[in-house]
Design a protein around this ligand. Structure first.
Ligand code: RUB
Length: 297
């Protein structure tokens, strides 16, 4: 939890492998590849829900196994890492530019948790001089909403913090919802911070537009083959203080949830705005000829 947000997590994973390759001293190509595999597995186990990390790690290690020398493999991993991080940063900027077009002067926006992609959109609309108001949820239990409100306040945005259970009430005053993504499935479902699906449900009821901001490396190739996304559960200490509840009380702390495609008006990516139904086609195109090569996954 020192690094949060699926985009930052992916860049941190890629950069860590890049540093590892840069500083790998001595040894053999085989040894390097084995160590790289182990390092990748360790990184992937740290955050099971955000596929951005999986995509970042695989983009960084891609081709290393075909290298003919240790130096070639190290240089490739290092270059891949730099390229992934640069691509990721460009994607977040592009999403801000594309998403801001959806925001009109006078709009009231709601956001959830702390997404750099969603906040990029909001800050860009504000930078363009649009008069907007934003409601941000507290996002219990970790309260990432505090980061969101301070970030938007620093940018000069009119920002109001609400508790998570006020979402349905406040939705009546909202025009548009912008949230981030940890993972997008091939069917266009959105996996994001727990509570996102409640925003979507309330938005649907109130006929408020609901947008997910997702770089295409948040698209999960594994879901093309029917894999489901693992929803991370975190420690009970995030929810209660020691001794607060009887010993027999169980605590369930899932930290992400799934919003079906039918509740999402559009997914804003660096390639443009797309209907959730278009995700499958984009994935197939991006994966190219190797798509049905199961060894990839
Ligand atoms: C953060 C969260 C964010 C997404 C997208 O959860 O759910 O909405 O990760 O963020 P946590 P971004 O704080 O548990 O990592 O747009 O920055 O990738």
């Amino acid at each position: 939890m020192e690094i949060r947000g699926a985009g930052r997590i992916a860049r941190a994973g890629a950069a860590a492998l890049g540093d590892f390759a840069d500083s790998y001293a001595g040894g053999t190509l085989e040894g390097f590849l084995e160590d790289l595999d182990r390092a990748s597995e360790t990184l992937l186990a740290s955050r099971p829900t955000a596929v951005s990390l999986w995509n970042g790690v695989h983009a960084t290690t891609r081709g290393a196994g075909d290298a003919s020398s240790l130096d070639e493999a190290r240089a490739l991993v290092s270059a891949n890492a730099r390229e992934f991080c640069a691509r990721s940063e460009r994607a977040v900027e592009e999403i801000a530019r594309i998403g801001a077009r959806r925001i009109q002067d006078g709009d009231t926006i709601m956001t959830h948790c702390n997404s750099s992609a969603a906040l990029g959109v909001i800050k860009e609309a504000h930078r363009q001089g649009k008069d907007i108001k934003v409601y941000a949820t507290e996002s219990r239990p970790w309260r990432q909403g505090i980061l969101t409100v301070n970030d938007l306040a620093d940018a000069g945005v009119d920002i109001t913090l609400i508790i998570d259970s006020a979402v349905r009430t406040v939705m009546k005053r909202t025009d548009k919802v912008f949230v981030g993504a940890d993972t997008v499935t091939s069917q266009g479902a959105l996996i994001n911070k727990v509570g996102t699906s409640q925003l979507a449900l309330a938005a649907h009821e109130a006929r408020v537009q609901f947008y997910a901001c997702a770089e295409t490396y948040k698209f999960s190739p594994m879901t093309l083959f029917g894999d489901t996304v693992t929803i991370e559960e975190r420690d009970v200490s995030e929810v209660i203080r020691p001794g607060e509840v009887r010993g027999s009380v169980k605590i369930f702390n899932p930290v992400f949830d799934s919003t079906p495609a039918s509740y999402i008006d559009a997914i804003i990516t660096e390639l443009g705005m797309m209907n959730p139904g278009a995700v499958y086609g984009v994935m197939v195109k991006q994966l190219g000829d190797g798509i049905f090569n199961q060894e990839l996954f």
